[in-house]
Design a protein around this ligand. Structure first.
Ligand code: DGL
Length: 265
């Protein structure tokens, strides 16, 4: 699993639940975090170099790009470089449009994902005529990281994001919100608590887990009955302790291993 930070945990929880025997290697590009505000020109080569180096190191059977910002940019390039199947995260626009009764959904993501052609094409193809309110919410990435380090996330920190969803033209009709950054499901309860009324908060975690299960069958890989371990790689030695704390639920076998992307850092 690959992400800029701890967001892939929201996907990993779903995978663990469906496939407890799987060994999960987490590759975290903490040396280039956050991805959301960086340019496509910087990000695409960086993602391909890091994820390829990490896959070579851990020799995993499948790569899950547990990051919307990376998936909207680098899936074709990763599939070209790697022999293993690459599973990407796609914002849950289609299920959200199907679930909405008012025909108004909010798409909450990093600035990169909100503005990406990939996302616009996805909306054009799958929103099924729904009004999509784009909500860039870069601050949620750092708040999710803080929460996993044990720091409280307050209502006043979330208020600007809540306003960008509900206090804009059409916002009164939002009944379904797409959490289109893997960090954001980690704040689902906090967002729900601060929202002016109950709405559906959708993400793609369960769909990714089912896709991994499909690939395991396709590759004819059989999982052990025992719970699989978690192993951690990162691109910078800074903040090892913070990473260990954030990933503590995944029963680590190792200290985070630093994998430097070739020619960078
Ligand atoms: N978790 C990420 C995503 O799904 C990236 C957050 C960031 O690094 O800005 O978009």
């Amino acid at each position: 699993m690959f992400d800029s930070g701890v967001g892939a945990i929201s996907i990993a929880r779903e995978i663990r639940q469906l496939l407890p025997g799987l060994t999960l290697h987490f590759g975290v590009d903490n040396g280039f975090f956050p991805y959301g505000d960086k340019s496509e020109q910087e990000l695409r080569p960086r993602i391909v170099t890091c994820a390829t180096a990490m896959m070579a190191r851990c020799r995993a059977d499948i790569l899950v790009v547990g990051c919307n910002t990376a998936s909207t940019l680098a899936l074709p390039a990763l599939r070209e470089r790697l022999q293993q199947p690459v599973v990407g995260v796609v914002p849950a626009v289609k299920p959200a449009a199907a679930a909405s009764r008012t025909g108004t959904i909010a798409l909450i993501a990093t600035e990169g994902t909100v503005n990406r052609h990939y996302t616009r094409d996805l909306i054009a193809e799958f929103a099924n005529g729904a009004n999509v309110i784009n909500v860039p919410a870069p601050e949620l990435v750092r708040l999710a990281e803080a929460k996993l380090r044990g720091e409280p996330v307050t209502e006043s920190q979330l208020a600007p994001v809540i306003a960008r969803i509900f206090d804009v033209p059409g916002g009164q009709r939002v009944d379904t919100a797409v959490l289109a950054c893997t960090h954001f499901p980690l704040l689902r309860e906090e967002l729900a608590r601060c929202a002016p009324r109950p709405v559906e908060w959708l993400d793609s975690g369960a769909a990714i887990a089912r896709r991994v299960q499909w690939w395991l069958q396709e590759l004819q890989l059989v999982l052990p009955d025992l719970p699989g371990p978690g192993k951690l790689m990162c691109t910078s030695a800074d903040g090892h302790e913070r990473l260990r704390t954030a990933f503590r639920e995944f029963a680590f076998e190792n200290n985070p291993e630093v994998v430097s992307p070739a020619g960078k850092d």
